[in-house]
Write a protein that binds this ligand. Structure first.
Ligand code: UDP
Length: 486
């Protein structure tokens, strides 16, 4: 292999907005460091992915999109579904992952044909470790997650502390346990972890496969930065002995407004309008409310949320995903939009989130605690109101409110996937109180804002030349160069 050989990396995310968005950024990050990046995706996702890398390509970076067929119909899904975000019932989930498993064969053909130097595959692509091994290609797992979650999850897998306590969920205290072996004393309840929820079997099985394929992979790329969670980065690498690199916050790669507005799907609102709207507001005065690309709150909860936001008197941007224009009055209180006109902006479906969070008028983020959203908020220095719903979101909630202390909790402490009807209701007066607290002038809220700005500065430094994430990426690339030469 010649010295001037350009390292070639394949990047394969599972098709879900929140997995594709950061993986596309990882591909851009590698390309910006002189590598050739090839993103693998399916026909219906290819256009959005190509759009996201267009500017880089035009500026001469070696970044490509390779299409792979998606056997959704063969796996039992309706025609036209190639993205996890389009799944509307828990029963469709295993079918989606069956289709992802069926992609293994065409993926191996691509490996044989292109022989990339290494592969970064999303954590759900558990078979990728085996596939790459057939060709002697190192596989990295990309986690859109933090070291705290990875460490806590591993501790639960190894020690199963919840097995020795009551499984009666009605009493929250009786079902709580301490996660063993972590740098901080962290308590959780069984209602917050997926292995005790309705969809358990599939999820538990999947988690087992993920852990195995992780252990057997070459290493793990983590979308986090050292200064955010030094004790957990050390714990994961040293105590648990995992080979991992922290390369985030990846979203900070998006410096231009055009890049910030162009992540994932096309925004449902003109971004210039949003920016103008935000420009007219005072610094730190707007609350951004969004529950990510999968979660939904049920109709009653939506109503309470609307009432709480209205009575808080605060300015807000609210991304409402389930409303169809005709059904509006069913979900929102009568005349709601009219009454909050000027101070409440409702965006239906997809918002230019990064653009919004990075605006100085935004002073709070009510979030479902998806890790991308959380890290985007951390990077922008925006404190959070946490409302986790499922998966790693409960861990992220604990991380935000107890470890880095950059937010205050609000949502129920129960696992809730796809509009579960059984989850307890958060009433409007509580919502109003928490919103007013975070957006208000109290000493504690002011301190939290100050802390958020400090953490954001650390985040920005970490990805600059000389910063911790920049350096870890350099050492990863160096290691791949040496590996390839061998
Ligand atoms: N996102 C966006 N606009 C939206 C909703 C989401 O740009 O209206 C982006 C958001 O910035 C983040 C990702 O989609 O990068 C959501 O990922 P996250 O991990 O927060 O949550 P998930 O969607 O997996 O629940």
């Amino acid at each position: 292999i010649p010295d001037n050989h350009q390292l070639h990396v394949f990047l394969f995310p599972v098709m879900a907005q929140s997995l594709m968005i950061p993986m596309v950024d990882v591909a851009r990050l590698f390309a910006a460091r002189g590598l050739k990046s090839t993103i693998i995706t399916t026909p219906l996702n290819a256009m959005n992915v190509s759009k996201s890398v267009e500017r880089d390509r035009l500026s001469g970076l070696n970044i490509n999109v390779q299409i792979i067929p998606f056997p959704g119909v063969e796996a039992g899904l309706p025609e036209g579904i190639e993205c996890l975000n389009e799944i509307t019932s828990p029963e469709m989930m295993p079918k989606f992952f069956k289709a992802m498993d069926m992609v293994q064969e065409p993926f191996e053909k691509l490996l044989e044909q292109h022989r990339p130097d290494f592969v970064v595959a999303g954590m759900f692509l558990t078979w990728a470790t085996e596939s790459t091994a057939k060709f002697g290609i190192p596989r990295f797992v990309f986690h859109a997650a933090n070291f705290f979650y990875l460490s806590a999850k591993e501790s639960l897998r190894l020690h199963k502390p919840y097995e020795t306590i009551s499984t009666d969920h009605t009493d929250e205290n009786s079902s709580s346990f301490v996660i063993p072996g972590l740098p901080d004393k962290i308590e959780m309840s069984t209602a917050q972890i997926p292995s005790h929820s309705e969809s358990s079997n599939f999820v538990v099985e999947m988690q087992k496969k993920i852990s195995e394929s992780e252990v057997n992979s070459y290493g793990i790329l983590v979308n986090s930065f050292y200064e955010l969670e030094p004790a957990y980065a050390e714990h994961y690498k040293t105590v648990l002995g995992r080979k991992a690199w922290h390369i985030g916050p990846i979203s900070l790669l998006n410096e231009h407004a055009a890049d910030k507005a162009q992540r994932g799907k096309k925004s449902a609102i003109d971004e210039h309008y949003v920016l103008k709207w935000l420009d007219s507001k005072e610094p730190n005065s707007v609350l951004y409310v969004s529950f990510g690309s999968v979660s939904r709150v049920n109709d009653n909860q939506l109503l309470e949320l609307a009432m709480g936001l209205e009575s808080s008197g605060c300015s807000f941007i609210w991304v409402v995903r389930q409303i169809k224009k005709d059904d509006e009055e069913r979900f929102l209180p009568t005349g709601f939009e009219e009454r909050v006109k000027g101070r409440g902006l409702i965006i239906r479906d997809w918002a230019p989130q990064l653009l919004i969070l990075d605006h100085q008028a935004v002073g709070g983020f009510m979030t479902h605690c998806g890790w991308n959203s959380v890290l985007e908020s951390i990077s922008a220095g925006v404190p959070m109101i946490t409302w986790p719903m499922f998966a790693d979101q409960f861990y992220n909630d604990i991380f935000i409110t107890q470890v880095i202390k950059m937010g205050t909790p609000l949502g129920p402490k129960e696992h809730n996937w796809l509009d579960s009807k059984n989850v307890s209701l958060v009433k409007n007066d509580k919502i109003e109180m928490v919103v007013s607290w975070l957006m208000g002038d109290g000493e504690e809220a002011k301190n939290m804002r100050k802390r958020a700005k400090e953490i954001s500065e650390m985040a920005k430094k970490s990805v600059e030349e000389g910063g911790s994430s920049y350096a870890d990426l350099t050492s990863l690339i160096e290691e791949m160069r040496i590996y390839t030469k061998k």
